[in-house]
Design a protein around this ligand. Structure first.
Ligand code: ADP
Ligand code: F6P
Length: 486
């Protein structure tokens, strides 16, 4: 990566995080690591061959590092102060919006000071985008952290084509209406020409929100807002389109990685180190209360207690990526999960035979692919998830035809992956039965299910998703006079 001076681009990505996070070790050595989460997994594979700018936070509090290039991609860091990190990132983004948009699994917290920080940081992102966007450029804003950027940017740069994609669910208006700043958020979003969502229901929730909260008129997928004469953000009249464009993975790239000799060898090694069990069950998630890890552990614990599964024949591996560790709900969740794993292992493990292997760590792509190859049954049981790319990675990695996917109905992925073993994670008895079916079903049936899932992911990969989004943005109403091809 080389440092370079300011320049403008015809395509600009704005996301809370850059694709890489900076970390400084105690001896002062600076390293850049891949940032966590599905947004980065997906967007990195779409963007790495494009001449474009990516505006985002470098993952630490303090002054922004200088812009630098990673191949054709210009990375343009936005600086967040320690207060921004606390109030904007941990506060409004991850303790107000995140729980509200995920079915209030934990109660959202509403603080006016966090809202002020959210506005302030969205302004910072707007400044950075306005600086690097060429005349008539396309700007693709991502996710719930940046919902005011579309309108802020439109006020500043009416020449731009602006799209927004939500990686997480958009809540029904009955929940969204709790938000004290609901009207301003919708006005912020309506600065975009096209708004993309994971599921048709998310797009419908947004359109219903515009009608009910703003009194906007909605015809089909087009929303028309007459504007307001209060001089506040997004006061001008707007026409925008909303639709579902489900995100995916770089299926061919991931298949090749999973088939590489290094990954195959590592998979054999992992299986041996687990004691060559007959059945490996696997969970891979950020340590987040939306992911249903507690419900999954409850089902596993009961299956062990019922004598339906037991080590060494059956073992469960749970990889939990550290996430948002200073937010109280995440700290509590970690304590609960670690206590549960300890209890299960205390009750059901024997010397040399572990019931639950728990890993609170991040790994490289190769190690993830090797873990997927080892998993006979993959447990993806979120209580709510925008998409869940892990489900798509798993079926792609099991190109050998083996494996079985247990998938929560409450994920975006379940809309597409109908041949999975679908489950309701709240129904522990049902979840247990589904896990047992996924273990015991006829291997030929399981192979057919997996083949159908793999086909689906291969045909709807991340490139198809990006093209669908950019095409919909291009075709959206309100095209500016000058428009550049990207
Ligand atoms: P989210 O965006 O909510 O984190 P997704 O399932 O959509 O959930 O995406 C998670 C991404 O992070 C996937 O690409 C997955 O492979 C990756 N990932 C999950 N856990 C780990 C881990 N422990 N180490 C490295 N990558 C991980
Ligand atoms: O879309 C979910 C999301 O917030 C993404 O922005 C990111 O992929 C992931 O979760 C990681 O979260 P964070 O950036 O808070 O670590």
């Amino acid at each position: 990566m080389v440092s370079s001076a300011a320049r403008t681009f015809d395509l600009v990505i704005a996301a809370n995080r850059l694709p890489v996070d900076r970390s400084v070790s105690p001896d002062g050595t600076v390293t850049w690591r891949t940032s966590p989460g599905g947004l980065v997994t997906a967007m990195e594979s779409v963007m790495h061959e494009r001449e474009a700018a990516w505006v985002g936070w470098a993952g630490f509090p303090g002054e922004a590092p200088d812009p630098f290039d990673d191949g054709l991609l210009r990375l343009h860091p936005v600086g967040l102060t320690a207060e921004d990190v606390t109030d904007f990132y941990e506060g409004f983004s991850n303790d107000t919006l995140w729980p509200l948009y995920h079915d209030v699994i934990v109660p959202p917290t509403y603080h006016r000071s966090w809202w002020h920080a959210y506005r302030r940081v969205n302004e910072k992102f707007t400044d950075a985008v306005a600086e690097v966007a060429a005349e008539g450029a396309t700007v693709w804003v991502h996710d719930y952290q940046l919902q005011l950027v579309p309108a802020m940017l439109r006020d500043r740069r009416p020449d731009l084509r602006i799209g927004w994609f939500n990686h997480i669910p958009f809540p029904p208006v009955e929940l969204f209406a709790q938000l004290p700043w609901r009207a301003m958020l919708l006005r912020g979003l309506l600065g975009a020409d096209f708004l993309g969502f994971q599921r048709p229901d998310d797009a419908r929730n947004f359109l219903r929100g515009c009608r009910s909260v703003l009194g906007a008129s909605v015809k089909g997928d087009v929303v028309t807002w007459q504007g307001a004469d209060d001089g506040r953000l997004g006061a001008g009249p707007r026409v925008a389109r909303a639709g579902s464009v489900p995100i995916s993975i770089d299926a061919e790239g991931f298949r090749k990685l999973a088939d590489s000799p290094g990954v195959r060898a590592r998979a054999t090694e992992i299986r041996a180190s687990l004691g060559d069990p007959e059945v490996v069950l696997l969970g891979v998630d950020r340590l987040d209360y939306t992911k249903g890890i507690r419900h999954r552990l409850r089902a596993i614990e009961e299956l062990l207690a019922d004598g339906e599964i037991a080590p060494p024949q059956v073992t469960f591996v749970q990889v939990a990526t550290p996430s948002r560790e200073r937010v109280e709900a995440y700290r509590t969740l970690r304590e609960q999960i670690e206590a549960t794993v300890g209890r299960i292992n205390g009750d059901f493990s024997h010397l040399g035979d572990t019931a639950v292997h728990y890993l609170h760590q991040s790994y490289g792509r190769e190690e993830m692919a090797a873990l997927f190859k080892v998993a006979d049954v993959m447990l993806v049981t979120p209580l709510r998830d925008g998409m869940n790319l892990v489900a798509k990675e798993y079926v792609t990695a099991r190109h050998d035809g083996g494996g079985a996917l247990v998938l929560s109905e409450f994920t975006g992925a379940a809309e597409e992956m109908r041949s999975a073993y679908l489950c309701n994670p709240h129904d522990i008895a049902g979840l247990k039965e589904t896990i047992l079916r996924a273990i015991r079903d006829d291997p030929a049936l399981k192979r057919r299910r997996m083949a159908s899932l793999r086909r689906r992911v291969r045909r709807h990969d991340v490139q198809t998703w990006a093209e669908a989004f950019l095409t919909a943005l291009d075709a959206a109403p309100g095209k500016p006079a000058v428009r550049k091809e990207v």
